[in-house]
Design a protein around this ligand. Structure first.
Ligand code: BJW
Ligand code: ZN
Length: 259
């Protein structure tokens, strides 16, 4: 409780706030994380056989089917109180590693996506943006689905996400680095802080003099970077934090349009 008050005090007096999120913020919406024991996606699937350019080259229908399954799953869930609390921090810059659209659906329209999106497929050959397939019904977890063909060059369409060994979108990485070096407070939520260069963002903020606040039920390598570690789930801790920092605003519906 004292830690929440300390974090709220830092947030309330900050001019520039960055919220940096990972899979954990979407866990309570029903989107699995990657590395959590038992529930993480990679407890059940082999990352190397699904989240690399080589995997798509070797087995396009396995990889496309897996991403279609995840896209349908994300489309069927809703933002949780953690996403809504982030959207209530109206001037915060939101930087996410997530490929879902739950921040946007909660009201954080300008979210920066470091690892791309499940909803922006593109041609693997020429890079042309592709339309989302209008498939009916959700594919099963392991079902193979042949990817669509590019309308420009007939190459295979791939998911618009960043796989291991691929560069992050330049504009997103630049925007994230700029915001992190310029902020007073960076709030890191629900990330294991293990995947680079994204994991450099909270570290860059700390080096630039910002106070880092972490929300995570488990210890992470970012514990030593954070000034305040709030051990708990995003959907429980973030609304508490917002209510403590801005007691008047907390009474409003965070998803409502400003009047
Ligand atoms: C809760 C909660 C609740 C649970 N509330 N919290 C330096 C050293 C070693 C290796 C490298 C290095 N630099 C780069 C590399 C290689 C590699 C890398 O980092 N590997 C590491 C694993 C060692 N990085 C790359 O390959 C990157 N590219 C690159 O470096 O390119 C160089 C290059 C330059 C120029 C030209 C060409 C190349 C790309 C990384 C792409 C990552 N992609 C993925 C998959 C996206 C697609 C998909 O979704 O399938 O992104 S990997 C996966 O990990 C996904 C995530 O965004 C990312 C981070 O995971 P996240 O969000 O932290 O999730 P988890 O599961 O790890 O953690 C969840 C946390 O939530 C836990 O802490 C829980 O406790 C917590 N939690 N419930 C709050 N309710
Ligand atoms: Zn093409």
């Amino acid at each position: 409780m004292a830690d929440v008050r300390e974090a709220a005090r830092l947030l309330e007096k900050a001019q520039r706030v960055v919220v940096f999120t990972g899979a954990g913020i979407s866990a309570e919406s029903g989107v699995p994380t990657f590395r959590d024991a038992l529930t993480g996606l990679w407890e059940r699937f082999d990352a190397q056989s699904l989240a690399t350019p080589q995997a798509f080259q070797d087995d396009p229908d396995l990889v496309w089917g897996w991403y279609e399954w995840r896209r349908h799953r994300v489309s069927s869930v809703h933002p949780n109180p953690g996403h809504l609390a982030v959207a209530a921090m109206r001037n915060a810059v939101v930087i996410t590693q997530n490929v879902d659209d739950l921040h946007e659906r909660a009201g954080s329209a300008d979210t920066v996506h470091l690892h791309g999106s499940l909803f922006m497929p593109r041609c693997a050959q020429c890079g042309e943006a592709a339309a989302l397939p209008s498939t009916t019904g959700e594919p099963d977890e392991g079902r193979r689905v042949w990817p669509p063909s590019c309308v420009r060059c007939a190459g295979l369409v791939r998911p618009g996400v960043v796989w291991f060994g691929e560069a992050l979108p330049e504009a997103a990485l630049e925007a994230a680095a700029r915001a992190a070096s310029d902020c007073d407070v960076l709030l890191t939520v629900g990330t294991s802080g293990m995947v680079y260069p994204a994991a450099e963002i909270p570290r860059l903020a700390a080096r630039s003099g910002a106070a880092v606040i972490q929300v995570n039920p488990q210890p992470t390598p970012l514990d030593s970077v954070a000034l305040v570690n709030l051990r708990g789930s995003a959907a429980r801790v973030l609304p508490d934090l917002v209510a403590t920092a801005w007691p008047d605003q907390a009474a409003e519906d965070p998803a409502a349009e400003p009047s």
